[in-house]
Write a protein that binds this ligand. Structure first.
Ligand code: IMP
Length: 198
């Protein structure tokens, strides 16, 4: 199989820029949902990260007829039996914001000793003949109070194992080297390197 074009199943310009930069050494033309106005929003209604990632990539592949790559991420907290997990974006309700989600998480964990958690990202690649998924995860703990201004989402309360800082206190480069999404993207890159003309 040879991949020389790839559609990113997102309109998030940060994700698009990041992937374009990472793929810049490969002979792959990187497109995104922004290049296909006919693409509709996909309802992320599956019970797993894998399910949502595959659903998005399958839809984009069906419409564009090109290899398509999507991702879905969740924060899995041990003491909450894996919640918020696949519901991380909407944890505090329909009109959830990053800060209302963090507030709910700290509230749920208040007084709890077990604060272990992991971020998990799943990327799905769908081509005309095959489907692949790639997973990246990073383990850490949920700290008691928000710290740092960087990143987004749950970053101010997630402290990766082996670090004193939360994700929001690390530089984006430091975060990308160890993060769930960074590790998943690395696996995709290795795969594409082996399946494209360099
Ligand atoms: P998505 O699948 O990338 O849209 O992520 C779903 C939700 O998980 C986001 O709305 C954030 O709340 C959270 N999330 C994803 N990635 C990160 C991250 O790197 N740091 C903090 N929160 C994240």
């Amino acid at each position: 199989m040879e991949i020389n074009k790839l559609v990113l199943a997102t309109r998030n310009v940060n994700k698009i820029e990041e992937m374009k930069e990472l793929l810049s050494d490969l002979e792959i033309e990187v497109l995104s949902a922004l290049d296909f106005p006919e693409l509709e929003e996909v309802d992320e209604d599956q019970p797993t990260l894998e399910g949502n990632a595959l659903k998005k990539a399958r839809y984009v592949h069906k419409v564009t007829q090109l290899p398509s790559l999507s991702d879905d991420t969740g924060l899995e907290v041990e003491a909450l039996n894996g919640a918020p997990g696949v519901y991380s974006a909407r944890y505090s309700g329909e009109h959830a914001t990053y800060s209302s989600n963090v507030a709910k998480l700290l509230n749920e964990l208040s007084g709890m000793e077990n604060r272990r958690a992991q971020f998990r990202s799943v990327m799905a690649l769908v081509t005309a003949t095959s489907e692949f998924t790639f997973e990246g995860k990073v383990e850490g703990v949920i700290v008691e109070n928000e710290r740092g201004d960087g990143g987004f989402g749950y970053d101010p309360v997630f402290k990766p194992i082996g670090f004193k800082e939360t994700f929001a206190e690390l530089s984006s480069q430091q975060k990308n080297e160890i993060s769930h999404r960074g590790l998943a993207i690395q696996k995709v890159l290795d795969f594409l390197l082996a399946n494209s003309q360099v």
